[in-house]
Design a protein around this ligand. Structure first.
Ligand code: B1M
Length: 215
């Protein structure tokens, strides 16, 4: 199975948009855990591409192609992520990527994992103004609001969202969690979020703890 994980990672690094679909299907047929394929394979690949982009070794079109390869692979593997069959009260979560930020792959993984674990996710998508997020959370009676930011330049939107929630008296009504590659525990504490997690599985544990369910 390690071989398939490594090959999925490599497919993203090689922007193998055509090959990745077949490879992901083959990996599933051979019994690969789809979550391993996504987290340890495809996501590891996109992070490596991101490092090379950050270092100036790759350019935007290559980043776009790698992201597209990742999305194609996720689309095959994601429907096979095991659902948690335990019956429980439905907890509603509003998820979004903050304004000025169009990165969605990580947020989508968090949405998938929360859904797979019994949460009802209202995914607002990317580039979402704080007011729209707050309004939707109120409208659907969300217990949790989760926001993702992938850039140091968009992270301050999280702080704005939390301040706005505070001034509207919304902090006592629901919990707020934040995440994304640049978000640290320290930053989450600084902006007075209720927590952060480094990956999608961690987000589920955090969400369960916050709504009072055993992880
Ligand atoms: Co962009 N990008 N990008 N990009 N991109 C980064 C973020 C960057 C770090 C790359 C780099 O320079 N090394 C850099 C930001 C630098 C900074 O911080 N200032 C960057 C840049 C600069 C840009 C553009 C500005 C480039 C340009 O146009 N010149 C532009 C941004 C435009 C905008 O947003 N306004 C841009 C565009 C893009 C693409 C469109 C090409 C593509 C996104 C495609 C898409 O999402 N549909 C893209 C990609 C793919 C990346 C990198 C390579 C990978 C991001 C990713 O998908 N990771 C990224 C480099 C990096 O992150 N190392 C980079 C995989 C994903 C599974 O991980 O998102 O971290 P992640 O999510 C994880 C955890 O963080 C956590 O769980 C997830 C699953 O494990 N998590 C949460 C995430 N959200 C959570 C929420 C939670 C809890 C946990 O609770 C609510």
């Amino acid at each position: 199975m390690a071989d398939y994980v490594a090959r999925l990672k490599q497919a993203v690094i090689d922007y193998d948009m055509e090959g990745v679909e077949k490879l992901a299907r083959e990996a599933l047929d051979q019994g690969l855990d789809p979550l391993d394929g996504i987290e340890k394979g495809l996501a590891a690949g996109i992070r490596e591409v991101g490092q090379r982009f950050g270092a100036g070794d790759l350019f935007l079109p290559e980043l776009v192609m790698a992201a597209e390869t990742m999305r194609t692979g996720v689309a095959v593997l994601e429907p096979h992520v095991k659902k948690d069959g335990r019956a429980r009260v439905v907890h509603r979560v509003v998820l979004a990527t903050v304004q000025d930020d169009i990165h969605e792959i990580g947020k989508n993984l968090v949405a998938t994992m929360l859904t797979a674990n019994g949460f009802e996710v209202v995914d607002l998508g990317v580039n979402q103004p704080g007011d729209s997020i707050l309004q939707k959370a109120q409208e659907v009676g969300a217990e949790l609001v989760g926001v993702s930011a992938l850039m140091t330049t968009s992270m301050p939107r999280m702080k704005e969202l939390l301040s706005s929630a505070e001034s509207k008296g919304d902090r006592s009504r629901r919990k707020y969690i934040v995440g994304g590659a640049p978000v640290t525990d320290q930053y989450a504490k600084e902006i007075r979020a209720d927590g952060t997690a480094g990956d999608a599985s961690g987000a589920v544990v955090l969400a369960r703890n916050l709504v009072g369910e055993r992880a």
